[in-house]
Design a protein around this ligand. Structure first.
Ligand code: SF4
Length: 505
């Protein structure tokens, strides 16, 4: 039996198909997990991370129980950042409590938001670190055996029959961020497999179900916070303030970022995910960072998420900086209707500006991913038609758009629509942690669930919202298919085939 000070366990979403097959999805870990483990490791603590989904993909007979035949851990940390892990995080906590004497602590935004309810309902959870976790986790390891939990900042814990909130508050600042390292993948069991599997969140249910042999993804955080408050987002300015106490975004130093990317390159990681753009009107940080990456000749790709449009110079810089084989830019216009986009996003641009930006990206030959949604506040079926029409035009005119997707917008705990549904024309179907837990328990066991989206809007029912996204994806796939047929067969033959098809039908 190997003794550990802290064992991190990452949960996964399980979905049982009608045939009884257990599919795994939402496989990406919160980026901070590696950094937290590395921090403890550098302080001399014995630490290990297991991604339970990756373990199960390698060996379908894997069980969390089997870990407790090998390891005796003083503290077990389970991340519960995204609500999609509500059930699996508690399932794992129950197993840990049954098989060990470890102190079971949860962390992440979902755990923080529902901390009191989780501790009241589930005896298998001993504490929740609310908000930033670096110093609290170090202090927990230092004070756990002496019982001095009150000295652990940001901790809500069970004290006999009641719950107690520790007095200290910890909010990481930029200098704290710079002490973190995201590249010590040796702490994660089967990290090579994780780098392949985590090229997308989809896991078993995506196009890269077996992971990628050609691309590996490195994950790290550029910073924390946001300057905006999109109504559907649980990671906006107000949510950060409630959950962590942070008022304004903070960035990692550019020097640390370059160091991390260099390390990733040495580890043969081909691409890194950058999704942190909290000041879209002032991207000096990135322009300077890109110049430093070029100066250091770091050879790596980037899957970069822009939170609003950029100018042409930014795109030019991006193209010159990152390995084009492994690089894409993602943009999230959300709706094809300018009116609906204006009502639902923090950084508005009209369709003309969007198409101009796409022309720039085309000129720079940057593979681009665009994401739309259904279920936005005040959106009607007619508004959604505009999303479809705009997307068809984009397929015809912008061949570098490699992905055009649409999905029903989710309702994240602590987002403005969750906190004030009436103000956003939304009706919630549930609000408790237990509801999320039951929903994902239903998925894991192949049982019907009461609501998939948790909400409906004043104009669209839940099933309409889901159907609109499905319709979009069907139409867009067939538009792409027709376009490639035209290219392969030539315009004339394609038209003859289309005529034949319509005369038969
Ligand atoms: S969706 Fe909006 S609020 Fe959320 S992180 Fe992006 S820009 Fe910020």
């Amino acid at each position: 039996m190997k003794e550990l000070d802290c064992l991190f366990l990452h949960p996964t979403t399980h979905i049982k198909s009608p045939e009884g097959v257990d599919h795994l999805t939402n496989v990406v870990m919160p980026v901070g997990t590696i950094a937290l483990a590395d921090l403890l490791d550098r302080e001399g603590y014995g630490v290990r991370i297991f991604h339970t989904g990756v373990e199960q993909r390698r060996d379908r007979a894997f069980s969390v129980e089997s870990l407790f035949k090998k390891y005796d851990a003083s503290v077990v940390g389970i991340d519960l950042h995204w609500y999609v892990h509500a059930y699996d995080a508690i399932r794992i906590a129950n197993i840990v409590k049954k098989l060990s004497n470890a102190f079971v602590v949860l962390g992440g935004f979902t755990a923080t938001f529902f901390a009191e309810e989780i501790l009241s309902r589930f005896n298998s959870v001993d504490g929740v670190i609310c908000g930033d976790a670096e110093i609290p986790l170090l202090e927990l390891l230092a004070h756990r055996s002496s019982g001095g939990l009150d000295r652990v900042p940001n901790l809500l814990y069970r004290d006999g029959e009641s719950l107690k909130r520790s007095k200290g508050k910890y909010i990481a600042d930029a200098s704290d961020l710079d002490k973190l390292s995201y590249s010590n993948l040796s702490l994660l069991e089967n990290s090579d497999e994780y780098s392949k599997v985590s090229i997308s969140q989809c896991g078993d249910v995506g196009p890269f179900a077996l992971g990628s042999e050609l691309k590996t993804q490195g994950w790290f955080s550029m910073g924390r916070g946001c300057s905006m408050d999109c109504p559907y987002c649980g990671g906006g300015r107000n949510a950060y303030q409630i959950l962590t106490g942070r008022d304004a975004p903070i960035f990692h130093s550019k020097e640390r970022v370059v160091e991390t990317l260099t390390r990733f390159e040495e580890m043969k990681i081909s691409s890194t995910y950058i999704h942190f753009d909290p000041y879209p009107t002032d991207r000096r940080y990135y322009r300077e960072l890109f110049a430093m990456i070029r100066d250091e000749r770091v050879d790596i790709g980037s899957q970069f998420g822009l939170w609003a449009l950029s100018d042409r110079d930014f795109l030019m810089d991006f193209r010159r900086t990152f390995n084009p084989l492994y690089s894409t830019i993602s943009l999230f216009p959300r709706s094809g209707s300018e009116h609906i986009r204006k009502l639902n996003t923090s950084f508005y641009y009209d369709n003309e500006e969007l198409l101009r930006w796409l022309s720039d990206a085309k000129h720079e030959t940057i593979p681009t991913e665009l994401y739309f949604t259904s279920g936005l506040s005040w959106e009607t079926e007619r508004d959604f038609e505009e999303t479809i029409q705009l997307s068809k035009k984009i397929i015809e005119e912008y061949p570098m758009v490699v992905t055009l997707g649409c999905y029903p917008i989710e309702l994240e705990p602590c987002c403005p629509r969750f906190l004030s549904p009436k103000d956003w024309g939304v009706t919630l179907k549930f609000r408790k942690f237990l509801d999320y837990y039951d929903t994902f328990k239903g998925y894991a066991n192949g049982l019907p669930v009461s609501s998939r989206l948790v909400y409906e809007t004043d104009h669209l029912s839940e099933s309409q919202i889901i159907e609109l996204s499905q319709r979009f994806n069907k139409i867009i796939s067939s538009t792409y298919y027709d376009k490639w047929q035209k290219l392969m067969l030539g315009e004339k033959i394609f038209e003859l085939r289309q005529e034949e098809k319509s005369s038969v039908s």
